[in-house]
Structures are given as C-alpha cells and as structure tokens.
Design a protein around this ligand. Structure first.
Ligand SMILES: [Zn+2]
Length: 363
C-alpha cells in the first residue's frame, strides 16, 4: 500500500483500518468505550493492539490522539507499521502496545480536547494537591471568547497577542497560552479540576499491559509544533542523565528538551508522560518517556484555529458556515492533508518505531 493511504480521512475510517491491520498482523485487540458519542451519534472507542509475548520484559507503548484531532498522524503510522512490519519478528524480549485514539472524542469531533473540554496532556496532575497556577493566562482569557467570531470581533485578541509578543517574545506568549491552566473551564489548554474519562482509560490500559514490565518506553504521538513534516522527540531529559543518554543512543537525532529550552514546546504541566511515571513509580519499572511531535504550520497559524474551536463549541454552531470553516481550519492546522506531509511523517515515523523496538531489544 502507498504510505499516504495509511493516513485516514476521519476517526471512523482510521479505526477500521487500524483494527484490520492489527488483526492481519496477529495482534491481540481490545476496545474501551468512551462515555460520549461521535457527531454521527454512534459510540466512540479507544482500541488497543498488542503484539509480542504477554510477559515480555520490555514494553513499547505508543499512544495516539491524546489531543484528539492530532490522532490522524498516529493512526496512519500505527496502521502502516502493522501493515508493513507484519512479517518482521519482534525481539523475544519486546512487546508492543499500540493505543489508537485515546481521546477518541476529540478525534471524532476534530477537537484537541476531551468531552470535558479538557486538554488531556495537562490533566495528569495530582488533583488533591494545589494545582499549578498560570497567572499570565488571566489577562488573555476574556479576549478568547467574543460574542461572535469574525475579523472584527477577534481583532482585540490579536492586537493583545501582538503587544505581548513585542514586549516579551513570541515564545513567551506561547508559554503563557499553552502551559496549561486550571482556573477557566471555558478556556484553552484547560487541565481540569478532576481526572477525565480518557485519563482513567489510559491508566487502565497501562495497568493491564505494562505494569509488570522491566522497562517501558512510552511514545506519545502529536502534531502541531516544529517545522512542516519534521519530527521532534521531546523529553524532560538532559544529556548526561541516564534517561538522556539512553534516548540519544536509541534515537540518535531530533532530541529536544523542555528543561533546557531546546524544544519547540513550552514547559507544560500535567502531561500524560508524567502520569505514566507516577503510575509506575511503585513498580520496579524503568520508564523512558518521549513526545513525538510532527510540525505542521507556524505557531499562531496553529493556535488561532484551536482558540476558534474552543469558541465554536461554547458559543457557536458547528453546523453553520462559520462552524464548518473553523472545523476545516483546525483539521488542516493539525493534519495537513497533503501527500508531501504524509510521506515525511511516514518515513520518520516508521524509523522512530523501528528504532524504539531495536533500542528496547538491546537492553
Ligand atoms: Zn499535541
């Protein structure tokens, strides 16, 4: 199959292709139903495909659609990898767990957030403790939800972004808007006051498939940051640390860290990787955790459709002309439906998958 054909047109076709490829590869498949339904009124599922010995000591966990609409990328890569590697033998010591559409609600509705309007990658905080504060976000919040959505109504917001960027820097603006906030449930990058259904689903999957592992390598597949079609492997890792050295050895290039400012991501709170580490902290399991991020378009071209989509589901109508145009723009911002982008993403994505298996197999 040509690689571009692995990338789906929507959540439903992505799910069907993933399940078919998993079955053909002899994977063990399970499904987890979400508490919400899709735009077609039908149930939504997260699907899990497992290949390799159940009790293999090393487990590669690959997750897609933490940010719903970003799930096209992971869906295509996982399906393609299953399809094109069906004959390749995994090392005996490695099991691969592929999670298709963790935030299936966001994938189906072309939203970055969950059914609770929560950014799942900010939701993995300890809700019994004091939640992280983001005072810088407060000044922007009232501007993000105008009464209607057009050039005139969004002009004050854009002017404020420009003022703030000129005074501080564009990256500082990105940090304030995207770091995560826990105060405004109608805001963007909202981490939630409690755990989401998708978070519970993820931890259940980890408990079932990875809690007895000696080593878990976790790759969480995203889009929207960095150069068009290029991959960045983002970790909270530093060269010289055991984690950093291991990652460098296995993946060789493209490594960046939010800890030393080399990453195109702002430092963020409540990530899924941090949740995984906490879950496995009591187990004798070593964890290597990375975000795989594929670039699409410049930061503000990605951010504006995300802000518009938040407005749409709170104040607008996804079915009218404005709604349809916002939906098309968020889909394009996080999934450039172009053959050149898909080819770049597939080539690098497959390489990362194979490096991950090989790295774990070398332990
Ligand atoms: Zn993301």
């Amino acid at each position: 199959m040509p690689p571009v054909a692995y990338f789906p047109a929507d959540y439903r076709s992505g799910r069907a292709a993933f399940r078919a490829a998993a079955a053909a590869a002899g994977a063990r498949l399970t499904s987890h139903m979400a508490p919400s339904t899709g735009p077609d009124g039908k149930p939504l599922h997260t699907d899990v495909a497992v290949i390799g010995a159940e009790d293999a000591p090393h487990v590669l966990v690959c997750n897609s659609a933490t940010h719903g609409v970003e799930g096209f990328c992971g869906s295509g890569i996982f399906t393609g990898w299953l399809d094109s590697n069906a004959d390749a033998r995994l090392p005996d010591s490695v099991k691969v767990v592929l999670i298709h559409a963790l935030n299936c609600h966001g994938f189906a509705w072309l939203r970055r957030v969950t059914e609770e309007n929560v950014d799942l990658n900010r939701n993995f905080v300890d809700h019994s403790a004091t939640l992280p504060a983001n005072a810088g976000y407060r000044r922007f919040h009232p501007l993000l939800l105008p009464d209607r959505w057009d050039d005139q109504s969004t002009a004050p917001m854009i002017a404020e972004f420009e003022r703030y960027s000129a005074r501080h820097s564009p990256f500082r603006l990105q940090c304030v808007l995207t770091a995560g906030q826990y105060e405004y449930k109608d805001g963007i990058f909202y981490g939630g006051q409690q755990e989401t259904a998708a978070r519970r689903r993820f931890l259940e999957i980890i408990d079932t498939h990875a809690s007895k592992a000696g080593h878990v390598l976790f790759l969480d597949w995203h889009t929207g940051l960095g150069e068009y079609g290029a991959a960045e492997l983002i970790g909270q890792t530093r060269p010289g640390s055991a984690h950093g050295d291991r990652v460098t050895k296995w993946f060789v290039t493209g490594l960046t860290s939010t800890k030393d400012g080399t990453s195109s991501s702002a430092p963020v709170s409540g990530t899924i990787g941090s949740g995984l580490r906490r879950r496995l902290a009591a187990a004798p399991t070593e964890v290597t955790s990375l975000t795989v991020e594929f670039g699409t378009y410049p930061p503000l071209d990605v951010l504006m459709p995300i802000i518009a989509d938040n407005w749409l589901h709170l104040r607008g109508d996804p079915g009218d002309g404005t709604g349809r145009s916002i939906k098309a723009s968020i889909r394009r911002a996080l999934y450039p439906d172009q053959d050149d982008w898909k080819e770049l993403v597939w080539m690098r994505g497959r390489e990362i998958m194979n490096q991950a298996v090989e790295g774990l197999g070398s332990l």
